[in-house]
Design a protein around this ligand. Structure first.
Ligand code: G1P
Length: 273
């Protein structure tokens, strides 16, 4: 749509009460810093053209709160990226939001739901939902016991298991509240699935030392790191926008009708042949 996916994530964090944000970036991702910075030239151009709404939007982004950046120098995995935040985080529990996972929650932002569970249990909480068994090999999977209202006590975790080996279909979907003891563990975590230092492996270790919970959050999650997920999110978010919905819906209906006619014609041709 008209903002990058990372902005949805930052907005979720802010909406959940987070005040300090660290973005772990990497090579050739400077556009992220530029996006959240002030754009004096753009502000001036919008002001002189009298485009007040757009001017406000541009200012809102740069005034969003304190955003800090650290570069992960080598792509050694999610666990390694999280370990880059060690000195920023210090000795406090912290939230992790993965940039590929966008959650559209009805009433309470996904992260706020996890924070509420954290406030009850005062220990690590993983954001989870059930996925199809055909998809378990894409996720960190929880072996847990359901204890109350969508809360599971975590017994074990497996990163990207084969369908046959998965302990359940409860998948970690890019939202975590983690206690700072994870950093000591990450320092010694060896590369796991895909040859990368996996956060799930470090969490598995942490679960043997401290209680850990998983929470089945409310909200539709989109994997914008894959092409189909990105398209689904774009279409569904556009349909929620009052200023676009009617025209876009008409376009979609026409396009689908045209495509369906073409498919029908091709099928008729095949039958004639
Ligand atoms: C990462 C995590 C995985 C988690 C997933 C959620 O995998 O390693 O445990 O389930 O994010 O999106 P990635 O998608 O980076 O391969």
């Amino acid at each position: 749509m008209d903002k990058p996916t990372i902005q949805y994530i930052i907005e979720e964090a802010i909406g959940s009460g987070i005040e300090e944000i660290l973005i772990i970036t990497g090579r050739s991702k400077r556009a992220i810093e530029d996006h959240f910075d002030r754009s004096i030239e753009l502000e001036f151009a919008l002001e002189s053209k009298g485009k007040k709404d757009l001017l406000e939007q541009v200012k809102d982004i740069s005034e969003m709160i304190n955003i800090h950046y650290i570069r992960q120098k080598q792509p050694k995995g999610l666990g390694h990226a999280i370990n880059c935040a060690k000195s920023f985080v210090g000795n406090e529990p912290f939230a992790v939001l993965l940039g590929d996972d966008i959650v559209d929650a009805k009433t309470k932002p996904c992260l706020k739901q996890l924070i509420d569970v954290y406030n009850e249990y005062k220990t690590t909480v993983l954001g989870v939902q059930e996925v199809s068994y055909d998809d378990v090999s894409k996720y960190g999977i929880v072996d847990g016991k359901h204890i109350e209202n969508g809360v599971y006590k975590v017994k074990n975790l497996v990163e990207k298991p084969q369908k046959e080996e998965a302990p359940s279909n409860i998948a970690i979907l890019g939202r975590y509240i983690i206690t700072p003891e994870i950093f000591e563990i990450l320092d010694n975590t060896k590369p796991g699935a895909g040859g990368e230092i996996q956060l799930t492996d470090a969490l598995k270790d942490l679960a043997t030392k401290q209680a850990m919970y998983a929470y089945n959050f409310e909200g539709k999650r989109y994997d914008v790191g894959n092409k189909l997920g990105f398209l689904q999110a774009t279409v569904e978010f556009a349909l929620k926008r009052e200023d676009l919905r009617d025209e876009f819906l008409e376009y979609l209906i026409n396009t689908i009708e045209k495509e369906t006619d073409e498919v029908a014609l091709t099928k008729e041709d095949e039958i004639e042949i």
